[in-house]
Every structure is written in C-alpha cells, then in structure tokens.
Design a binder for this molecule. Structure first.
Ligand code: PFF
Ligand code: NA
Length: 436
C-alpha cells in the first residue's frame, strides 16, 4: 500500500500547529513564566523561539521530507554507524511524554466537567488545593486518562487524512477562536493593567541575575512548545510533497504557537491578578488551584472556566495525536504492522506507562524532568549536529525545493544549526544538571 500523504497544504500546517499548540502553551508556559519572573522569562523565551526553534523545525522538516520515513527509518537511511540508532531516542521520548501528557490532559477534562456540572465555587485556596488533590490522583484520574487515550487512539487509527487532517481542521480553528474570546474577556478584568505590567515590562536586571535558571528553562520550553526533539516534525513532514516551501511553513507554525502562548498570558495573568493571586508560586498544580479559586471569584467565572479548561483539552488532544503518530508510523514503516492494530497496541502501552502518574505526582516530575529536561533537548542536539555537520548539503538541497534560490538563507540556517543550537543545548543541559 502506498504511504499516506496530506491532502492539502493547510492540512499539514494545521496538523503541525495543532501539535505545537498544547499543554506546553497553556499549562506549562504560564507557570514557568510565573516562576521565572514574568517578562524576563518571556523575552528569553521569545529570543530562543526565533533563533533556535525556527531553525530546529527546519532540521526536522528536511529529514522527514527527504526520506518519507518515520524518525527511526529516516535516520537509518541518512546516517551511518551510531547515527542510524539515534531515532530510537525519539521512540523512548514519545512513550514517556505521551503517558504523562495524557494524564494531565485528563485533569483538564475533569475540570471542564466539574465546571459544567457544579461550577467553580471554591474561593478558599486550601479547598481548591484539596479539589486538585482529588482530580490529580486516584481511580477517577485513571479513568479520564483512559478516555483521553481512547480519543487519541481513535484519531490515529483513522489515518493521516481521515484522522489527523480532518480533526485538526476542526480543533485548531476552535482553539484560536476560543482563546481570542478569552483574551478579550481578560482585558475587561480589574487586574488587567497590573497583570500586563508584570507580564510585559522588560526586566533585564532579573535576566542578568538569574540567567543560570532562566536560560535552561527557556530553552527547554522553546523545544517542548514547538514539539521538537522527538521526531514529530520529521514524521509530519514525511507525509509532504516536494513542492512545499518548508521555511514559510515553519515560520507560520512558530509564529502561531508563540502567539498562542503569549495570548494565554493575557488570559491567565489578568484572571489571577484580579483576585490578588501572585503567579508562579509552586509547580504544576498551582495553575489549577489558583485558576479555580479565581474563577470562583470573578463575574462570569464559570463560563470562563469551562471554556478555558475545555479549550485546553482540545489543544492537548491535537498535540497528543502527533506523539502517537510518531510511534505508530514507526511500526507501520519498519515493522509492517497495520495502522489500526499499531495504534491500539501503542496506545495501550502508553496508557499503562501513565498509570504511576495517576497514583503519585512524583512520577509527573520524574517523567517531565527526564523527557523535557533531558531527552527532548538531547534529541534536538543530535538532530542539529547531524544535519549541521554530517549532511549539510542534503539539508540545503531539501530546503531549496519549493523555494528555488535560497540566497543567504541556506547559509544562515546551516550556521544557526551548527553553532547556536548546539551551544544553547549543551549549556542548558549542563546548567540543568548542575541545578538539579
Ligand atoms: N508542543 C506540545 C505543547 O506545547 O504542548 C507538546 C509536545 C508535543 C511536545 C509533541 C513534544 C512533542 F513531540
Ligand atoms: Na506548544
């Protein structure tokens, strides 16, 4: 059977945007930004997306389109020796990320449901904290994890066009519309101006004083948010024809993902400030605790909350499918398993790997640290070294298709891949490990 391809250019872009826009933008971005002092983190992150993220997307695109293969097969085809095994890293990373990603997505489904059936009534942070405790551990948590994984499996089992492409054409526009509505609402809240000041006024002093923490956090976030370092963009580009302008597509994807993250700040920070909550006090659960108690205290908070949590659920789904697709495309291409059994088998394995996270949040920290702090960054480093130093001419040639004359772009790109990405990744890995 012929390998599947995207039906339309929009389908590919929406799928890639759907992958990029997810929990990373909506859950991870505000709490990390809060943790590292708002604006100072924002600036560092924006710089990294432009200087490192954009070239790194192109690295994955050229590999995928060149080979028309899943990441394992692609690296085996292009590389020799140890390089041909590097693709395995992505498979391992994919399993880990998807397993906890799905559990956290389940929390959002649960909060959406709570908002619909009971509303958000807990203005007392201690009670909101207790609610988070019930949402984030136990049998119900497992159930929501299962429901979410079933949705992911269903879409991927339906295929590239009928599953991924069709679903993202609905999900991605829905996310953007809902988010714009929420940001407009945030603008009307009492806390808006204080929140914008906190979020937007540049603070170079904080960056200088805390760069050993801000730098690795911003680099890790840039890779995570753009779905880089585990072969998603390789896989999605492998379903592309030869006539696309990869640089233009990468630009659209990076811009939209960044826009969403920045817009989320325009929702979350005004909501928090309007009830007097300081952003950035404590970890992954904090955003749930502070948001639910904030939703309880502001006008229209129930609708706001349901729309917000529901939107996050959709965004998480359009990202999760891209991770499962990496694993499934490997089984289809390399092992010859059919799509439907491959989707089911991998989905169940991912579900099982996520079970510990529903028992104790310590596993969430562990998986996140391992995957985001180490594996994704390492994956991006290997890909940059490979394309930048081992096969730069293949990379340039692939980038040229659909563009024609690259002008200075080809060299600028190769050098960005050869030096800045490599330096930033090595420094962040080092600082991250020292810090840990
Ligand atoms: N980019 C997604 C987000 O921001 O939520 C997360 C993600 C998806 C990371 C796919 C890595 C990946 F391969
Ligand atoms: Na993202």
């Amino acid at each position: 059977m012929a390998r599947e391809t995207w039906a339309t250019r929009a389908g590919f872009i929406l799928a890639a945007v759907g992958s990029a826009v997810g929990l990373g933008n909506i859950w991870r971005f505000p709490f990390i930004t809060g943790q590292y002092g708002g604006s100072s983190f924002l600036i560092t992150y924006l710089a990294f997306v432009a200087l490192i993220g954009f070239p790194a997307i192109l690295v994955e695109f050229v590999i995928g389109r060149r080979t028309d293969r899943n990441p394992v097969g692609a690296l085996r085809e292009l590389g020799s020796g140890a390089w041909s095994y590097a693709g395995w890293l992505f498979v391992v990373t994919g399993f880990i990320i998807l397993s906890y990603y799905s559990v956290v997505a389940g929390w959002f489904l649960r909060y959406t449901l709570i908002g619909i059936t009971e509303g958000f009534t807990l203005t007392d942070p201690a009670e909101a904290e207790a609610l988070f405790g019930t949402v984030s551990t136990g049998l119900d948590t497992l159930l929501f994890h299962a429901v979410f994984m079933l949705c992911v499996i269903g879409i991927i089992a339906a295929g590239v066009r009928r599953g991924i492409e069709l679903s993202v054409k609905v999900m991605v526009p829905a996310i953007l519309v809902l988010l714009l509505g929420l940001a407009a609402y945030g603008f009307t809240l009492d806390g808006a101006s204080a929140a914008y000041a906190y979020y937007l006024s540049p603070d170079f002093g904080t960056i200088a004083a805390n760069w050993t923490e801000i730098l690795p956090a911003a680099a890790g976030q840039a890779f995570f948010t753009l779905s880089l370092g585990m072969g998603v963009m390789i896989t999605y580009a492998s379903y592309l024809g030869e006539d696309r302008n990869l640089a233009a597509d990468a630009g659209i994807i990076a811009t939209l993902d960044t826009l969403v993250a920045v817009l989320v700040g325009f929702v979350v920070f005004p909501v928090l400030f309007s009830v007097g909550i300081e952003p950035g006090t404590g970890g992954p659960g904090a955003i749930f605790v502070s948001l639910t108690s904030a939703f309880a205290g502001i006008p229209g908070g129930r609708i706001l909350g349901v729309v917000f949590f529901g939107m996050v659920g959709i965004a998480a789904l359009s990202s999760a499918i891209s991770i499962l697709e990496v694993l499934v495309s490997y089984l289809i291409d390399e092992v010859g398993v059919a799509r439907i059994p491959a989707s089911a088998a991998v989905g169940v394995a991912v579900f099982l790997l996520g079970v510990p996270v529903t028992v104790d949040l310590i596993f969430l920290d562990l998986y996140d640290l391992l995957a985001d702090g180490i594996l994704l960054v390492l994956g991006s480093l290997l890909l940059a070294l490979f394309v930048g130093w081992v096969i730069p001419d293949v990379g340039r040639e692939e980038l040229r298709k659909g563009i024609g004359d690259l002008g200075g772009l080809g060299d600028a790109w190769i050098w960005a891949v050869r030096i800045p990405i490599v330096i930033v990744v090595i420094v962040s890995l080092y600082l991250g490990i020292v810090d840990y």
